[in-house]
Design a binder for this molecule. Structure first.
Ligand code: NAP
Length: 244
């Protein structure tokens, strides 16, 4: 029977590519978005074209009640949730002293609390069957830290501890939880980086280029599959050799 997956933040970027790849591979896909309704509809159409079940749901992952409603909707449509890809995230780059406190709370609220909200409801359902898989998108900055990205890096570092702790707690229940911590990937999130800064960055990347969203989606597809059945609690960083 086809497994049911939720990909948060799948209207664009890595989430979009992941939702489409998993639909191609035969999973039923719940597409989540916050602002980009038209783009989410395009992803929905493409997923449906592979003959699987698919739905698109608007929900701000930083809002506990909205996430609760999204899961009620998914369970009504699909019956269960087997796989959660906690992907939705935002980044704002500036000097630490220049962040308004509301920006700090928005970044932590989306990147960290959002993952907590979704894992909370997904695990409730997964525990009924004692099986399931969760992938949390961290970032290389969650490992190394990054100047001009303190709140983002803080949220992504916390996602790593969150992943390891959940894996220790839920492994005994047959649920695998891993994190993917990419380097620079060619999406809207890096679209505003100035050419000079990008060139300087790429000089430090042995593969000499940004990653493509599909390269992250391919890793996620492996991690959620039975081929990765003995992998849990791991932080895997596809980064072109930037961090070795
Ligand atoms: P992106 O292209 O900017 O897309 C972000 C996605 O997240 C969009 O679909 C957006 O949906 C959704 N989103 C944002 N806030 C949301 C909220 N409050 N509720 C629900 N959805 C929300 O970003 P990306 O590069 O694909 O990044 C995806 C994940 O990978 C993020 O967690 C990011 O931190 C991580 N990552 C990215 C890179 C990189 O270089 N790109 C590197 C390391 C880690 P709407 O447009 O509908 O709001």
């Amino acid at each position: 029977m086809a497994k049911n997956v939720l990909v948060t933040g799948s209207s664009r970027g890595i989430g979009r590519e992941t939702a489409i790849l998993l639909a191609k591979e035969g999973y039923n896909v719940a597409i989540n978005y916050n602002k980009s309704e038209d783009k989410a509809k395009e992803v929905l159409e493409e997923c449906l074209s592979y003959g699987v079940k698919a739905i698109a749901i608007k929900a701000d992952v930083s809002d506990f009640k909205a996430v609760e409603k999204m899961f009620v909707n998914i369970i009504e449509e699909f019956g269960s949730i087997d796989i959660l890809i906690n992907n939705a995230g935002i980044a704002v780059a500036k000097q630490f002293q220049d962040y308004d406190p509301s920006e700090w709370h928005e970044i932590i609220g989306t990147n960290l609390n959002g993952m907590y909200h979704c894992a909370y409801f997904a695990l409730k359902d997964m525990m009924k069957r004692h099986e399931g898989v969760i992938i949390n998108l961290s970032s290389i900055f969650g490992i190394t830290g990054a100047a001009m990205e303190v709140p983002y890096s803080t949220s992504k570092g916390a996602v790593i501890a969150f992943t390891k702790s959940l894996a220790r707690e839920f492994g005994y229940s047959g649920i695998r939880i891993n994190s993917v911590a990419p380097g620079g990937i060619d999406t809207d999130m890096v679209a505003n980086v100035k050419d000079d800064d990008l060139d300087a960055f790429l000089e430090e990347v042995p593969l000499g280029r940004l990653g493509k969203p599909i390269e992250i989606a391919n890793l996620i597809s492996f991690l959620v599959s039975d081929k990765a059945s003995y992998i849990t609690g791991q932080i895997i960083s596809p980064n072109g050799g930037w961090l070795i």
